[in-house]
Design a protein around this ligand. Structure first.
Ligand SMILES: C[S@@+](CC[C@H](N)C(=O)[O-])C[C@H]1O[C@@H](n2cnc3c(N)ncnc32)[C@H](O)[C@@H]1O
Length: 215
């Protein structure tokens, strides 16, 4: 069996059973609870980017949810390591949409913007005192990559990480926290070995438009 087939077989077995399958079911619930309904009103396809996407485990359930309501989506991912596994794990997403690129480099985003940017588990300094320089750059690039009125969805493994990230994002003038950091350790995700603990959602706003509203 060639390496590609072996990889495919491995991915098929982890995606169809075990914790990865449970993870997908959990993520379906999370999206149903937290996905802003405004995304369905976006003209044309909803543009979604998962930054440092790894296998892009959450993307399958996201695609399924939009498919159900027949809302077209364009899902992409950026990952520093190989995107071979990501492509195999998400066969319903065109393989060329997963880019092997460094998210600390603004050029990896090509000056483009997305309606939903996902940043799951950026693994900032778990002590929560300072964030690693690399992740600050990734956060900055991710914020820039959110279109106006678009959303940044964020999760962290630990409350300390979320504290650090939330503090950083709260200082961005064009971001508004729409779902305050909260616990998502519930349901089946609680049994997932790489479980996330905290979730938060931010909306990109135009500071000028907000000012006009308040006058
Ligand atoms: C803890 S994993 C999270 C993966 C995925 N987002 C998830 O939650 O399943 C962190 C991921 O960040 C990726 N990563 C680290 N630094 C990166 C960078 N500079 N650019 C892009 N990806 C990066 C790693 O390769 C790894 O896949």
């Amino acid at each position: 069996m060639d390496a590609g087939n072996q990889e495919r077989q491995g991915v098929t077995s982890i995606e169809s059973k075990g914790p990865t399958r449970e993870f997908q079911i959990s993520y379906e619930k999370i999206w149903r609870d937290f996905l802003p309904s405004e995304l369905q009103e976006v003209p044309g396809p909803v543009k979604i980017l998962s930054v440092a996407c790894g296998f892009g485990l959450e993307l399958k359930s996201l695609k399924k949810i939009f498919d159900e309501v027949k809302k077209p989506v364009e899902i992409e991912g950026i990952e520093k390591q190989s995107v071979g596994g990501t492509r195999l794990f998400n066969p319903d997403i065109p393989p060329e949409n997963f880019h092997q690129a460094d998210a600390t480099d603004p050029n990896s985003f090509g000056n483009r913007q997305w309606d939903l940017v996902i940043l799951r588990n950026p693994q900032v300094d778990p002590r929560g005192i300072t964030m690693r320089e690399e992740w600050v750059k990734i956060l900055e690039n991710s914020v820039k990559a959110v279109a106006e009125n678009g959303f940044l969805f964020l999760t962290t493994f630990t409350p300390k990480e979320m504290e650090a990230v939330h503090h950083f994002l709260s200082q961005q003038a064009d971001l508004k926290s729409v779902v305050e950091p909260q616990d998502i350790t519930r349901g089946m995700l609680a049994n997932f070995p790489m479980r996330e603990n905290k979730i938060a959602l931010y909306k990109k706003i135009s500071p000028q438009a907000e000012l006009n509203k308040s006058v």
